[in-house]
Design a protein around this ligand. Structure first.
Ligand SMILES: [Zn+2]
Length: 387
């Protein structure tokens, strides 16, 4: 069985009604959830101007004084549908007896858990009781996931992790390219988020792994072509956010050590241990344990040609954030806290970088962005100034 997915609430959220805004100047933000989730969220103080929910939920909220009595309007009816797996024979459900028989003979039945308060789940549980087959069906029931983080899913889809198009990385006609910052340092630009390639004496260090393994594959190949004979030794992850970490599994498959801010360890351990079943990636195809190294405070990657100092810095953007200083050419890699794409204003993010540079006695450097291009430390003094 399946359930009808009906928007059941307008609450605080991040879907913007852009056409409404164009017409009225009024910004609308909405979020969706099953009836029971809406109930819990309103009770938890997630306030909104309008709540759209099944009548039972609205009645409860009126009873609790959370919705104005008399303000409710019936605006829609939703139907509950039945679906079978693609290719499976359609069962006869013309009469209630047919439906009852179909439910009893099905190998498995999936429906929304009535405990969530979702209207379809509650209604379906009532039907099972009425048919007198609640126990039989429950025994082979598969409940649909609850509290699905819709916005998270939409963002991941926006990032294109399962879209079969190169446009996920860059606009039509564009592409990744290397910008040379020093003979042994390349900035990978052209996509939505960048990497840094640093060639050391006996191996290559990459910083960040944006989006997914498609970008990682390009970067690994480009790094090996640029610096022949050197393996990818380390991947430094600045922080765990998906738009910079989604491609990190490719580096585990490549055999690189993964250097992370210590706070992000549970996230990365889980990510590297997971199996990619929908789109099997390199790590799923050649599973191997990840070598993860925490940066608690500072760490140095050093040989007699290059010195890279990593700093895990306090900042408002992510719990655990590394900036990296390539000492010789005096380059400071910064992701998200500063994104050189035009004038850089002062914010708690830029001040956090300023504080870290002062603490490490770094002056006259070039800031190299995880987004955008580069900026001279000396030219953005205002943004870096201490509070
Ligand atoms: Zn981030």
């Amino acid at each position: 069985m399946s359930w009808q997915s009906v928007p059941s609430s307008i609450g605080t959220g991040s879907v913007e009604g852009s056409s409404l805004r164009r017409k009225t100047g009024c910004a609308l933000s909405m979020s969706y959830g099953p009836g029971g989730v809406v109930l819990r969220r309103v009770r938890a103080g997630d306030l909104s101007d309008v709540v759209i929910a099944p009548p039972e939920v609205v009645e409860i909220l009126i009873g609790e004084g959370r919705v104005v009595a008399g303000s409710q309007r019936l605006i829609a009816r939703s139907v509950i549908g039945v679906a079978v797996r693609a290719g499976a024979a359609k069962p006869n459900i013309d009469t209630t007896d047919d439906l009852r028989r179909a439910l009893l003979t099905a190998r498995s039945v999936a429906y929304t858990d009535p405990a969530t308060g979702a209207a379809s789940g509650v209604h379906f549980a009532e039907i099972l009781n009425r048919f007198g087959i609640a126990d039989e069906v429950k025994a082979k029931a598969k409940s649909a996931a609850t509290d699905v983080p819709y916005q998270w899913v939409l963002r991941r889809m926006f990032l294109g992790r399962f879209l079969d198009s190169d446009k996920v990385y860059f606009p039509e006609g564009s592409g990744f390219r290397l910008t040379e910052l020093a003979p042994n340092v390349q900035h990978v630009v052209g996509g939505g988020a960048n990497n840094l390639i640093v060639a050391m004496k006996d191996g290559i260090v990459i910083v960040d792994a944006p989006v997914d393994e498609g970008q990682s594959r390009w970067v690994i190949d480009a790094a090996k072509a640029k610096y022949p004979g050197k393996p990818i030794k380390q991947l430094v992850m600045t922080h765990h956010h998906m738009d910079h970490s989604g491609g990190s599994r490719a580096y585990v498959a490549e055999g690189a050590e993964i250097v992370i801010p210590g706070q992000a360890r549970p996230f990365f351990e889980k990510m590297f241990a997971a199996e990619h079943k929908l789109a099997p990636d390199a790590l799923t195809q050649q599973s191997k344990p990840a070598k993860i190294v925490d940066v608690k405070d500072t760490m140095s990657l050093k040989d007699d040609t290059v010195e890279i100092n990593l700093y895990n810095i306090p900042n408002p953007h992510a719990d655990g954030m590394i900036i990296g200083h390539v000492v010789g050419p005096n380059l400071v890699w910064v992701t998200d806290l500063i994104s050189p794409r035009g004038p850089i204003g002062r914010s708690p993010n830029t001040v956090a970088v300023g504080d870290a540079l002062r603490k490490a006695n770094i002056t006259g450097s070039t800031i190299v962005g995880g987004h955008g291009t580069t900026a001279k430390q000396a030219e953005i003094g205002q943004a870096l100034a201490a509070n």
